[in-house]
Design a protein around this ligand. Structure first.
Ligand code: GLY
Ligand code: MN
Ligand code: MN
Length: 484
């Protein structure tokens, strides 16, 4: 009976795995990931090896884990979306015991009928070879026996460990074990260990250089990546537009979040680039406000929405600030137009060669001058917290993506000035509770930029016009749970 059940489970898992027709067909191709590994190899120093570990599985509560998200470097180089894996990219060809030559090898979690029935399909070593194009792919249980002599490489490039990975006692090849086995193989000395279990640190270990190599690669997007970012941005723009049309006094911050996130799902975005920020009135002054608890937004307030979809791994990052009433008050309009002016000035210098910090400096200059003119601060040199952040970062597989400090062709970046005036600020109280951020996404081109998020209205006039439009959400109703 037992073996019959196992056979049945195995059959289900294999059948499940072959249902590829259920998957989208527009993922990045295996050629993309293969090419990225080759580009990394070309940028690596002589006689080196680069090592990447998959992201850890994180426990949420009791027997429920957080939704798994692959480490962006690991995904970029492999396309593999599962945990408990390790990748080696070698500068030079290595020789396998069977005399085969190889310069990359991936250890992945094995197929397991029972586990796949509970937690989903796995590629396994065969699926990794056929789907992701690896010639050398093995089950992670093989890593223990993988006996390349690591002392011959210099450097061994990897990201240092944060010692925050849990052991699953039922799995002797999970990430915790892979890291432990790797440390043993390369004689890594644990800084935090109370007793030194391994030899003293070898000087061929390099935990610093990989960040620069990966930033050089990931900062400059390929054509396929640009398409992914554009798709994430387009989806996010529709989310913002739909809220502009649907917003009414009495909606909750979470309902506004829900409209945006419904749109993302409708367009097959798997995830959010970051937790959605929806802050009404003074809640908008909390830069990363993700509580979204306010039950009822009021017609006197602005709503600041910093929300971006993640599509096939790539993230948008867009902020729109809109008046609940559909019309900006005179004070809201003055602050809004100041922030917009700052963004427009930064856009004028948004081109290859410009240091990103210069965009922040330009915005700061405009905002400080404007705050003086409005009487909110006394001099342009006054230290204040009304605009406490930078305005430009790369976007991609991370919302704050790897990349260089100066703009280059095919970077994808944000420009996001803001002004935040909390209650009880040292200025006339007519300004209190006004928080405005405007954040757009751009592709850097040879001559300047392509404004990717242009579809989401940005000027006072265009926002007010859009807010007059009817919405698909206008006439829906759900049962009142408080009604007896
Ligand atoms: N949403 C995070 C940021 O704007 O950087
Ligand atoms: Mn941003
Ligand atoms: Mn943002």
């Amino acid at each position: 009976m037992r073996s019959l059940i196992l056979l049945f489970l195995l059959g289900c898992a294999v059948a499940g795995y072959s249902q590829n027709a259920d998957l989208p067909t527009d993922f990045l191709s295996k050629d993309f990931h293969q090419d990225r590994r080759q580009k990394l190899r070309e940028s690596m120093p002589a006689n080196s090896v680069a090592v990447f570990f998959a992201n850890a599985t994180r426990n949420r509560a009791n027997d429920v884990d957080y939704v798994y998200h692959q480490d962006p470097d690991f995904f970029y180089l492999t396309g593999y979306k599962e945990p408990d894996a390790v990748l080696f990219v070698f500068k030079d060809k290595q020789t396998a015991p069977n005399a085969e030559k190889y310069d990359e090898i991936l250890f992945v979690q094995p197929r397991n009928a029972m586990r796949e029935m509970w937690t989903g399909r796995r590629l396994g070593e065969d699926g990794t070879k056929s789907t992701l194009g690896f010639q050398q792919a093995f089950n992670n249980s093989e890593f223990k026996r993988y006996n390349v002599d690591f002392s011959k490489f210099s450097p061994i490039l990897f990201f240092d460990f944060k010692n925050d990975v849990r052991d699953n006692p039922r799995d002797s090849s999970d990430l915790y074990d892979l890291i432990g086995q790797f440390k043993g193989k390369v004689a890594y000395a644990d800084k935090n260990a109370t007793t030194l279990k391994v030899e003293p640190q070898k000087n061929n270990l390099d935990t610093k250089s990989l960040a620069g190599l990966m930033a050089n690669l990931r900062g400059v997007k390929t054509k396929e990546e640009v398409e992914m970012v554009k798709k994430a941005v387009q989806i996010s723009c529709v989310g913002h537009v739909e809220v502009m049309k649907a917003l009414k006094p009495g909606m909750s911050e979470r309902e506004i979040q829900g409209i945006q996130e419904f749109v993302f799902k409708k367009y097959q975005a798997e995830d959010l680039g970051y937790p959605s920020i929806v802050g009404a009135g003074h809640n908008g002054c909390i830069l990363h406000y993700i509580d979204n608890y306010k039950p009822s937004v009021t017609s006197k307030e602005l709503v600041l929405m910093d929300i971006g979809a993640e599509f096939h791994g790539y993230s948008a990052d867009i902020t729109r600030t809109i008046p609940v009433s559909g019309k900006f008050s005179p004070e809201q309009k003055q602050i809004y137009e100041l922030v917009l002016k700052a963004q427009e000035e930064a856009m004028k210098i948004c081109k290859p060669g410009t240091p990103m910090r210069q965009l922040t400096e330009v915005c700061r200059e405009v905002v400080n001058k404007g705050l003086v003119e409005l009487g909110i601060i006394k001099s342009v040199d006054e230290k204040h917290l009304y605009f406490p952040h930078g305005v430009c970062h790369h976007i991609g597989l991370d919302v704050h993506d790897r990349g260089g400090a100066n703009l280059e062709v095919n970077n994808t970046v944000t420009i996001e000035p803001g002004v935040y005036i909390p209650d009880n600020a040292a200025c006339d109280k007519k300004w209190w509770g006004i928080a405005v951020r405007i954040e757009d996404d751009y592709l850097i081109t040879k001559d300047g930029y392509e404004h990717l998020s242009v579809m989401a209205p940005r000027t006072v006039k265009d926002i007010e016009e859009m807010m007059k439009q009817s919405s698909v959400f206008d006439n829906y109703s759900l049962p009142d749970l408080n009604k007896k």
